[in-house]
Write a protein that binds this ligand. Structure first.
Ligand SMILES: Nc1ncnc2c1ncn2[C@@H]1O[C@H](COP(=O)(O)OP(=O)(O)OP(=O)(O)O)[C@@H](O)[C@H]1O
Length: 246
């Protein structure tokens, strides 16, 4: 599992996060939601070990953690299949084997006919799917996903959420997903964690007991409306950082 205990983060003069206590269990899908600037990405970076914690502790006992960011961050000079296989190369997996794994993953994210294309020949949604396949290729048991669908339009977003559900959540890969979209969180999470304030802190946690198969569009809207009726959640979504207050 991965656990943050009383974690805080200070970047330069700014106190970004404070008193963060939460964990991700094996196979669990946790979604972090909250208004822009509340520190969701910073929390993910803490979890990924990309920034140093300022107080408290972060412990990651997962065997392999991989991340997918807002931008796909593919290597422009590498073909699609080689981009998926990148992490395997770093782990010295022989070329034949890594291409086999990459092909299988390319197929599972719906890019079977695009093996030899370069990133600039792929649409934004396709590039995002390559990034997801690349993270899955290394056999991660914890995936950190930072708003991977935010740049996609509604139809593609729906498709990408379906992929994450099928390839990550249903396969029992633990995930920590940042989004500012409550319905997206409610669709994919076992647990939704709401962050707000400055410094950012956890204001609400919500376990989602509805089976994934029953989370229809109308259920999602209903569940989001229910969450937004909780005063602390409602306030957090109305919250504006001091810098944005006129
Ligand atoms: N390197 C840094 N130095 C100082 N402050 C930073 C740094 N990186 C981020 N911040 C500040 O930390 C706060 C939280 O930023 P963060 O990107 O984690 O929020 P977020 O909730 O992910 O926002 P969004 O939803 O808009 O992506 C912001 O006020 C931001 O300006």
């Amino acid at each position: 599992m991965m656990e943050l205990r009383n974690a805080s983060l200070q970047l330069g003069p700014n106190r970004i996060l404070e008193a963060i206590n939460f964990s991700v269990q094996p196979g669990e899908s946790v979604c972090l939601v909250g208004p822009s600037g509340c520190g969701k990405t910073s929390l993910l970076r803490l979890a990924a070990g990309l920034v140093d914690i300022s107080g408290g502790s972060v412990e990651n006992r997962f065997a392999c953690t991989a991340a997918v960011f807002q931008e796909p961050r593919l290597l422009p000079w590498r073909r699609m299949l080689d981009n998926i296989a990148l992490g395997l190369k770093a782990r010295s997996v022989p070329r034949k084997e890594r291409l086999e794994i990459a092909r299988e993953l390319a197929d599972s994210v719906g890019l079977a006919d695009k093996y030899t294309l370069f990133p600039h020949e792929l649409s934004g949604g396709m590039q995002q799917r390559v990034a997801l396949a690349r993270a899955l290729a290394v056999g991660a048991d914890l995936l950190l996903l930072d708003e991977p669908f935010s740049a996609l339009d509604v139809g593609l977003r729906n498709e990408a959420q379906e992929l994450v559900q099928r390839l990550v959540v249903d396969r029992g890969i633990a995930s920590l997903l940042v989004t500012h979209d409550l319905t997206e969180a409610l669709r994919l999470a076992h647990r939704v964690v709401v962050i707000s304030g400055s410094p950012g802190h956890i204001v609400y946690e919500h376990r989602v007991d509805e089976p994934f198969a029953s989370r229809t569009q109308s259920w999602l809207y209903e569940a989001a409306a229910h969450l937004l009726r909780q005063p602390v959640v409602n306030e957090s979504f109305l919250y504006k950082p001091q810098s944005e207050v006129a």
